[in-house]
Ligand binder design. Structure first.
Ligand code: NCD
Length: 332
């Protein structure tokens, strides 16, 4: 019998979906992330916590925020990192996902972070490696670390998530962020309203997930948080007309200054398309938390790596703080 069975993410071994987490897991990860904030304010922003561990970031789809923050998160915890992009790797030469994973696993990584255009790819990776696997976005399916950083951002701005009303506006149909965030927000007790064109809001799925739907942008007025989504044109079926035109989309569902109040928080996972789903004035306004979200991505992903790779007895917010103290422990 294992006297010290792993807990939290280490017990689950992987973070593939928000559905893998219980509320206590989410709370612990957010607390740990908060513990790591103190490291961000030092001159030397690095702690030895994951020294000798290896994190591989494997991105088969474009990414700016997610890939840079996972890389930096691993480096700030002193892990060794390998960053592989599909283009420029042997994937260009026809190597399959399975063979890519078998190859990378020969180096005994502790964590493989993977983004892939196909839903379910991270689950497939778990079958061919001993490493912990973290889903950094798979097709339209899930993007769990985006949700954790969004919860972190909301909690920091408004104190708590419980009882809030969050309006998710735009292309819900093609959005893995929407799927993860609906689950994550509901898990922490928020109410979710989906707003957008009928063709981009899957009504049955919404009902099954316990959220309400509106096709009227005016209904975002009641929300504490307005969460804007990009039109995911790369995932739309060729020839399908989900909206008459982008101009019409902006006119009917764009988040413009007249449609948000100063008391509302505006969020967006990025990349933003100014003038399409969100007006530039809104993106740059005091209500916008878009840059805070990016910053939260770093400490939240540090917390996820930490939660996967450390002993149960050293886990949690206070433990994370202890792990980064005393300040003298920084390594170059
Ligand atoms: C999102 C993604 O890739 O799913 N972006 C991100 O991770 N920051 C959303 C998007 O691409 O629109």
């Amino acid at each position: 019998m294992d006297l010290y069975p792993p807990t939290g993410l280490a017990r689950r071994r992987h973070l593939l979906s928000i559905g893998d987490l219980e509320r206590a897991d989410v709370e612990r990860i957010l607390e740990t992330a908060e513990g790591f904030e103190s490291v961000m304010h030092r001159d030397v922003k690095k702690v030895p916590t994951l020294r000798g561990r290896t994190v591989m970031n494997v991105f088969f789809e474009s990414s700016t925020r997610t890939s840079s923050s996972f890389e930096l998160a691993a480096k700030r915890l002193s892990a060794d990192t390998v960053n592989l992009k599909a283009s420029g790797s042997s994937v260009d030469k026809g190597e399959s996902l399975k063979d890519t994973v078998l190859t990378l696993s020969a180096y005994d990584p502790d964590v493989i972070v993977i983004r892939h255009p196909q839903a379910g790819a991270p689950a497939l990776v778990t079958r061919h490696t001993d490493a912990h696997v973290v889903n950094a976005g798979d097709g339209k399916h899930q993007h769990p670390t985006q949700s954790l950083l969004d919860l972190y951002t909301i909690r920091k701005a408004l104190g708590q998530v419980e009882g809030l009303q969050v309006a998710i506006v735009g292309d819900v149909l093609h959005s893995r962020v929407a799927r993860s965030n609906i689950q994550a927000l509901r898990l922490l007790g928020a109410e979710v309203l989906l707003v957008g064109p009928p063709a981009l809001i899957p009504r049955d799925a919404a009902a099954a997930m316990g959220v309400t739907v509106s096709y009227d942008i005016g209904d975002i007025a009641e929300a504490d948080v307005v969460y804007v989504l990009r039109m995911q044109r790369e995932r739309m079926l060729e020839g399908a007309n989900y909206v008459p035109s982008l101009t019409e989309y902006s006119a009917l569902w764009g988040v413009t200054p007249e449609r948000v109040q100063p008391s509302q928080l505006v969020m967006h996972p990025g990349p933003i398309n100014r003038g399409v789903e969100i007006a530039a004035e809104v993106a740059d306004s005091a209500s916008s938390r878009i840059v805070d979200q990016v910053r939260a991505g770093l400490v939240t992903r540090m917390a996820v790596l930490y939660d996967l790779l450390t002993e149960p007895t050293t886990r949690g917010g206070q433990a994370a703080l202890r792990a980064v103290e005393p300040a003298g422990q920084e390594v170059a």
